[in-house]
Design a binder for this molecule. Structure first.
Ligand code: MV4
Length: 512
């Protein structure tokens, strides 16, 4: 392997390019029209245009990407996450073009893509699954048959899409009268989203946590699991904060859960980085949910507490190397890591996307801080893609110190020109339930609903203070260069004095 094409964009493309460079591999970026000047294009050794801005005309075009690999002479393809990362046809097309796919086999991608097949594989490996139908419901099931199956599973239950994941095509049913409508609704949503109307039923667990196990498998039959990640802080099925280890996982649960995860992966001959998602209920019982056959957004927190570079290992595994990591080390985390997903969204306006040109961007640094960014000052955040601009990851000796460090780092974050979710995180990190670890998968949606749209940013006192800092600066600068300079640009206020100092400093630097 000499030259890797990264079939993705944004922060994950940059992340993969960094690993390649450390391994002396050349890199090829691909880009849509909207991404001509993007960071991942600048970061790579070379870049190929693959089509118009909408993802379906560029980042989702299997033929265009294979063609770019041929043109550039790449011999391997890394899919990142999202886009084609879990598309079995893409994995097969890469293989059939004689290239190395830095991911699992097309067959395993297909198997885990069917949520019922994945569930069955987990059950065969001896791993608990939530009571449910197991098989997709027959297309033309009679109403009485459906009602009988539902009754035997018990209410409340969930109708889930076989091709689903991420909450799409999912419906809660709390009483028999709502069953038919929910099945119909789920079928049509699944059909529209995935082109597959198949659904199945599962008992709905109340207030479970979402805990997942990272693993690596190689082509020689070795599978090693890592300490779990806690991913219950989600908004509308999108993770927003992840941490490791989980406060809810005891050593006993960890041993059982990681063993279960490895058993599922081993049973399907898994070779790549992968993740087994579990639901963990209030009495410590866990259940297999899904397997993700790719690198995940939140992989850095695992890297921070284990010292293992997961992308490097994906590449080594794809080259046929053996995993020679000490399994005990992967289950004994050093310290605590937390990630915040920073989006170009306006938290004070229903988290609406906030695309546009980034005027200033200063990302935090210092001890224990890692910033995985896909954006830069002067660049547009396009409307066409997921508006994740940056992942802020911190490490510290323990959870309270990690939270302190995260607050410090969020205070250093400066971004102007677009709105971001930074003020929301500053609020979240002060919530009693977050600090004590008393949360579950519906926690965030519940508190956001109860807040009724109160703003996260700037009280008027904060705005006044920012204005005062700006006025002082203006006076100083006027003295320094004969009154020709005047601070300009938009200023986002947060309720944090440290943040204001950093912003003031960034502004001075911006004017020099
Ligand atoms: C569940 C569940 C409770 N019981 N299954 C949501 C997305 C999809 N991947 C599966 N999901 C859930 N499945 C049973 N049997 C609760 C959820 C769920 C959830 C899961 C993980 C993270 C966030 C969530 C938010 C709401 C519901």
């Amino acid at each position: 392997m000499k030259k890797v094409l990264i079939a993705n964009r944004g922060e994950i493309a940059v992340r993969v390019i960094r690993a390649c460079r450390e391994m002396n591999l050349s890199t090829v970026a691909v880009y849509s029209e909207a991404d001509r000047a993007a960071l991942h294009v600048r970061a790579a050794d070379e870049a190929c245009a693959i089509g118009p801005s909408p993802a379906r005309d560029s980042y989702l075009r299997i033929d265009a990407i294979i063609d770019a690999a041929r043109r550039s002479g790449a011999d391997a393809v890394h899919p990142g996450y999202g886009f084609l990362a879990e598309n079995e046809d893409f994995a097969a097309a890469v293989r059939d073009a004689g290239l190395t796919f830095i991911g699992p086999s097309a067959e395993v991608v297909a198997l885990m893509g069917s949520k019922t097949a994945a569930r069955a594989a987990a059950a065969r490996a001896g791993v608990p699954v939530v009571p449910g139908t197991g098989e997709p419901l027959p297309d033309r099931i009679s109403d009485p048959d459906l009602a009988r199956i539902a009754r035997s599973i018990g209410y409340p239950l969930l109708v889930k899409a076989v091709a689903g994941g991420g909450g799409k095509g999912m419906r809660t049913v709390t009483e028999p009268a709502a069953l038919l409508g929910a099945v119909r609704g789920a079928r049509s949503e699944a059909s529209a989203s995935f082109g597959d109307s198949a659904v199945y039923l599962e008992r709905r667990l109340t207030r479970p946590r979402h805990v997942e196990v990272q693993l690596l498998g190689d082509h020689h039959g070795t599978v090693v699991p890592f300490v779990e990640r806690e991913c219950s802080i989600q908004r509308r099925h999108q993770k927003v904060v992840e941490e490791t280890p989980s406060l809810a996982v005891t050593p006993g649960i960890r041993a059982a859960m990681t063993t279960a995860a490895a058993a599922v992966a081993r049973s399907v001959g898994y070779a790549n980085a992968g993740t087994i998602e579990f639901l963990l209920d209030e009495d410590g019982q866990f259940y297999f949910l899904e397997m993700n056959t790719r690198l995940q957004v939140e992989h850095p927190i695992t890297e921070m507490v284990t010292g293992v570079d997961l992308v490097r290992w994906q590449i080594r595994i794809a080259r046929g190397e053996r995993i020679d990591l000490d399994p005990a080390r992967l289950l004994a985390p050093s310290g605590h890591a937390i990630e915040c997903r920073i989006y170009a969204e306006d938290p004070d306006n229903g988290f609406l996307p906030s695309p546009g040109r980034i005027v200033q961007l200063r990302t935090p640094s210092g001890p224990g801080v890692r910033d995985d960014s896909g954006a830069a000052a002067g660049l547009e955040v396009p409307i066409f893609y997921d508006p994740l601009i940056s992942k802020l990851i911190v490490w510290a000796e323990d959870r309270p110190s990690a939270i302190q460090r995260l607050k410090r780092a969020l205070g250093e974050y400066v971004v102007t020109g677009i709105k971001t979710t930074v003020p929301f995180f500053t609020w979240l990190l002060n919530q009693e339930d977050f600090l004590t670890g008393r949360f579950h998968t519906t926690y965030l949606d519940e508190v956001l609903r109860s807040r009724n749209g109160q703003p996260f940013s700037a009280s008027s006192a904060d705005v006044e203070e920012v204005a005062a800092v700006a006025a002082v600066l203006q006076t100083l600068l006027a003295g320094a260069n004969n009154g020709s300079a005047s601070p300009s640009g938009r200023q986002t206020a947060t309720a944090d004095a440290v943040s204001r100092r950093w912003k003031a400093q960034a502004r001075v630097e911006g004017l020099r």
